[in-house]
Unconditional design. Sequence first.
Length: 277
Amino acid sequence: MSMKKWLATALACSALLTACGGQGQSQGQASAPAGAQGGEKVYRVAMNAEFAPFEFMDSANNIQGFDVDLVNAMAKAGNFKVEFKHQPWDSLFPALGNGDVDILASAVTITDDRKQTMDFSDPYYKITQVILVPQGKTIKSVEDLKQVNKVGVVTGTTGDLAASKTLGSDSTKVARFENIILVTKELENGGLDAVISDSAVIANYIKNNGSKGFSMVEIPDFTEENYGFAVRKGDAATAAMLNDALKKVRESGEYDKIYAKYFAKEEAKAGKAEKTK
């Protein structure tokens, strides 16, 4: 092979290798992180939109609710972007742990047990567990609750925990359902004697079903709880971002406006819960 031909061949091979190397690098860079658009991160916020008034689907199949409005206000105040995703309640915690979502905004109660596997923002809403009782039933205490045949709860919620503590985790009296819609429907149909769930959710149910004669009973055995936004364990940056934004929304008065939109009229219409001592 002449020197000219050898040089031509070498240059051709060099050009081919450079082109292949450049193409491989481009393909690697094209694989952007999930939730990123144009280099700007979009936080993926998951919720179970079957827990009105905190999160629910409207007639146009859009996710609405207190949590949605609050997170949107926080995103605006904190200058970050979010996208919402509705999924079953029992899939939320695994999705967060697996990295499929960044934030849970689904009326998640802060508990010591949950803190073992996830971190939380500062509390953003205070509630307690209450008992939803149909017309004709008298339940005023834990002892009364122990005497009924069936108590309904949503699986994996703090209502489920309250029922388990009161009646026993393996008690056949506890009937578990996928969401609040199913458990209240079973109560309406006479398949349950009572339902245990979050106070604001039960108040919302009574407000929208006033003609059915249901009542809400508070008992001192069920202690006060706090909702928080959940993030992956060790994700201090996202938790700090949420806390800073939540503080700004509270200080601006926007939190109170959102609260009034969902709860002020509701509390007046639903009436005060019957409290027992």
